[in-house]
Ligand binder design. Structure first.
Ligand SMILES: O=C(CO)[C@H](O)[C@H](O)COP(=O)(O)O
Length: 214
């Protein structure tokens, strides 16, 4: 299956989790763009969406879907987002699109996290995709040294500024055998805003193309 077709199928398949009257949490990326396209067909039946990025907010508004403030909506029933990697325990690497912090906030505030991926995103062990870490700009070198001391190879995503005004380090060559422990450990480094590991709060449902992962 071509990768884009897998993304399109997954984006559409997530519609079956959308219920009337919902406020839907919406992630970021090319797979999510397909979901937003499908969600537009339901725009008259839902209340609106909470968006994880300026990019998704723009797409939602273009499709006539109201973008709501998470501070006003309370907890959400559903969050739909893509991922860069997914292991057999539904733990994820996210943040290839740079929206990891807002994505993690919405995932934490949602009862059900439906992750939509194409088959190429499945891995046995996380870490082939470089792990994104959002950092406060003045802490970039400090965090990079701390990560290097733990065996990772951080590379600054030079020129990229997140929606929160921060920078991103992409950590290469890490075979992440204990993602829950690593997520906790990296969160302790001063200057780290968010780690793109979604292991402490994994996805609840993973749709690979239009098929649900067991
Ligand atoms: O985490 C993300 C953005 O921060 C995306 O979900 C991830 O990068 C996958 O993107 P795509 O659907 O374009 O392959």
């Amino acid at each position: 299956m071509a990768q884009n077709e897998g993304k399109r199928l997954a984006g559409r398949a997530a519609l079956r989790y959308v219920e009337d009257g919902m406020v839907v949490g919406v992630g970021t990326g090319s797979t999510v763009a397909y979901f937003i396209e499908a969600l537009a067909e339901r725009r008259d039946t839902i209340e609106g969406a909470v968006s994880s990025s300026e990019q998704s907010s723009r797409l939602l508004r273009e499709r006539g879907i109201p973008v709501l403030d998470l501070n006003a909506t309370g907890e959400l029933a559903l969050y739909v987002d893509g991922a860069d990697e997914c292991d057999p325990h539904k733990r994820l690497i996210k943040g290839g699109g740079g929206a990891l912090t807002r994505e993690k906030i919405i995932a934490a505030a949602s009862q059900r996290f439906v992750c939509i991926i194409d088959p190429a995103k499945r891995v046995d062990v996380l870490g082939r995709f470089p792990l994104p870490v959002e950092v406060i700009p003045m802490a970039r070198s400090h965090v990079a040294r701390a990560i290097a001391a733990r065996g990772g190879q951080p590379v600054w995503r030079d020129g990229v500024v997140t929606d929160n005004g921060n920078w991103i380090l992409d950590v290469h060559n890490w075979s992440i055998t204990d993602p829950v422990a690593l997520e906790s450990e990296l969160n302790q480094i001063a200057g780290v805003v968010c780690v793109g590991l979604f292991a402490r709060r994994p996805a609840d449902v993973v749709l690979i193309g239009d098929r649900e992962m067991a």
